[in-house]
Design a protein around this ligand. Structure first.
Ligand code: GLV
Length: 327
């Protein structure tokens, strides 16, 4: 059998690259920025396998441009950039990397919570700017983290890890999800299931952990932000478009809520003229919640395993559309 051709849309850990190079003829996109869509169309023309990221649009047109494509492997747990239905229709398995980034992402959400509450970014920036003149009883005040009520929207894998972290800070938890967790889990983590409005009204911290779907697009907008406490902290390490950025700006500016801390934005990257960037009470980091060395390494090798399984006609260990194997 001829050696399969693979396009890898960004630099990945060497371990993963070695795994793929041992079995395939690899072309690697080594630029820091993603290949432009038109370039990607050309790059996939002869490939059997594609290793891609959230920032690459993988749609029907791209699959048309890649008639030999039989394995798509994404380095991410999310896959909203891929037309999975179209891939399934064509019998192409799509791989992803669930599970491994759960704890790492929850760590970041909790770090954002603490950074916003205790004004870490403002404080650190002030020191560098030479603005640390004295100890002042009224400077850099924020809410206590310990004992505060944590509202979690979306009690999936990452939401539950967030709840676990909150135990160490004696935080009671209110949560909403379309699926309720079993009573023993609720008891174990001091979690109370409540309607979304109650979670928003009664929480000191609200952390968003839902998937992006048509139902969750702008889930948090004017109405929801008005329900929240005036000193509440809103954290988003899920997907930017779950929060309406214009509504968030107004809420932060007018003091309807206290702080926001975002790992994700709409759009990504955020544009430099976005008014959220003018606010002291909003921390934004560049979608780095899964960026620990062990997690990104494991994501890379998992993506390599999925890609190779797809090329070898074996079931991908982590496949978004396993129904392709039933055909
Ligand atoms: C990151 O956001 C991912 O989906 O893995």
């Amino acid at each position: 059998m001829p050696i399969p051709k693979v396009f890898i849309a960004r630099r990945i850990f060497q371990e993963a690259l070695d795994m793929i190079s041992a079995e395939a003829d690899v072309e690697l996109w080594s630029d820091e920025l993603p290949p432009p869509y038109e370039t990607l169309l050309q790059k996939v023309a002869n490939v059997d396998g594609l290793l891609c990221l959230l920032t690459d649009k993988i749609d029907a047109q791209l699959m048309d441009a890649a008639p030999n494509l039989r394995s798509i492997s994404q380095i991410a747990v999310g896959f909203e950039n891929i037309d999975v239905e179209e891939a399934t229709r064509r019998g192409i398995p799509v791989g992803y990397t669930p599970g491994v980034l759960t704890g790492t992402t929850a760590d970041m959400a909790f770090a954002l919570l603490m950074a916003a509450a205790r004004r870490l970014v403002e404080g650190a920036e002030a020191v560098r700017a030479g603005k640390w003149k004295t100890w002042h009883p009224l400077h850099y005040l924020g809410p206590d983290v310990f004992g505060g009520t944590l509202g979690i929207l979306g009690m999936g894998r990452i939401g539950l890890e967030m709840a676990k972290r909150a135990q160490g800070f004696d935080m009671p938890i209110l949560y909403y999800d379309v699926y309720r967790r079993p009573k023993d889990v609720e008891k174990q983590y001091n979690m109370t299931y409540a309607p979304i409005d109650t979670v928003l009204r009664q929480s000191d911290f609200v952390s968003v952990h839902v998937n992006l779907t048509p139902e969750t697009y702008h889930l948090i907008s004017h109405h929801e932000l008005h329900l929240m406490k005036s000193n509440a902290v809103l954290i988003n390490a899920a997907r930017g478009p779950v929060i309406d950025p214009a509504a968030l700006y107004l809420a932060l500016k007018e003091g309807q809520i206290g702080f926001a801390a975002l790992d994700v934005t709409e759009p990504e990257p955020i544009t430099m003229d976005d008014p959220l960037l003018t606010l002291d009470n909003c921390i934004i980091v560049p979608h780095i919640a899964s960026a620990s060395v062990p997690t990104r390494l494991r994501m890379s090798t998992m993506a390599a395993e999925n890609l190779l399984a797809g090329l070898n006609g074996q079931p991908m260990p982590n496949c978004v559309n396993p129904e392709v194997y039933e055909k």
